[in-house]
Design a protein around this ligand. Structure first.
Ligand code: PAF
Length: 279
């Protein structure tokens, strides 16, 4: 039975009891609208911890676009049923006032790795993520935290934050879960029209084609440009970035001299799709 907890005080009491019994606590931070990607994180947490907390908090601080926050899908009852089926111990679903009470005045800001890509197109986004993730680590006191590689840059920002602030939690990155046609699972996918949904897998397909071309020796910029042209021709909207970067520091790469990641953000209708793959 998954217990729903809404306050930090109640959660801390629960976690303290587990810890007194020597249990390892795992946390999966989410914003709800759960899909198989989130559930794969809950399963990884289940396999690698004694007790599992999934958090659901649609964090206003990380939305640089108020419309996106308003439209963010929410269905806590459905999410809870999914978590029950996965044997999650606690759903921690605090309200905004619990996370950001009156007088809240702290922002956690990671420089460097948070600045390009998402950081350039979503000003303030990673400050919101770093702040809420720091809060959630403090509130849950978890020893392990599970994040999806789908948000590759977020994963690097969280790793940097935890290392820099000596937060005693081990960050575990888990593979992106995809639909059968290759589209990376995302809570925002439900907002795609039928026609957009049919087109959406092209993003992953073009990224794979670019990655293969780069591995085969095609010049990086030439391979990326071919993918950009193909996406625009297929009917995608603005491409915000499609770039080859180093895997951890996310430095721009002009050759395949080190392990690399291809990362993209592209609009399809009024939905912004992001994806990344290893090269
Ligand atoms: O990846 C997400 O869903 C969010 O950015 C996170 C990590 C739960 C912080 O709000």
């Amino acid at each position: 039975m998954t217990q729903v907890i809404r306050t930090s005080a109640e959660l801390q009491e629960k976690v303290a009891g587990w810890k007194r019994s020597g249990m390892l606590v795992g946390v999966v931070p989410t914003m709800g609208a759960l899909h198989d990607g989130h559930l794969s994180l809950a399963r990884a947490a289940r396999a690698q911890s004694d007790r599992v907390i999934v958090t659901i908090f649609v964090n206003p601080m990380q939305f640089n676009n108020p419309e996106d926050l308003k439209k963010y899908p929410r269905d806590e009852a459905h999410d809870l049923a999914l978590l029950q089926a996965e044997g999650v111990d606690v759903l921690f679903a605090p309200g905004v006032d619990e996370v950001y009470p009156d007088g809240f005045a702290t922002t956690v800001s990671v420089t460097g790795v948070s600045e390009p890509l998402e950081g350039a197109f979503r000003p303030g986004h990673f400050d919101g993520v770093a702040t809420v993730v720091s809060k959630l680590f403090g509130m849950t006191q978890a020893g392990r935290a599970f994040f999806g590689e789908k948000d590759w840059q977020q994963l690097q920002v969280v790793r940097r934050l935890v290392a820099d602030l000596n937060i005693p939690v081990r960050i575990i990155g888990c593979p992106t879960i995809r639909e059968a046609d290759g589209l990376a699972m995302s809570s925002r996918n439900v907002r795609l029209s039928a026609a957009e949904r049919a087109l959406a897998p092209q993003l992953h397909a073009q990224m794979q084609a670019a990655a293969e071309a780069i591995r085969a020796g095609t010049q990086i910029e030439q391979a990326l440009e071919a993918a950009r042209v193909a996406l625009a021709g297929a009917g995608f909207g603005q491409e915000e970035y499609l770039e080859l970067r180093s895997v951890e520091g996310l430095r721009p790469l002009t050759s395949l001299s080190e392990p690399a990641r291809l990362l993209a953000a592209v609009w399809l209708g009024d939905v912004r799709l992001i994806d990344n793959i290893a090269v």
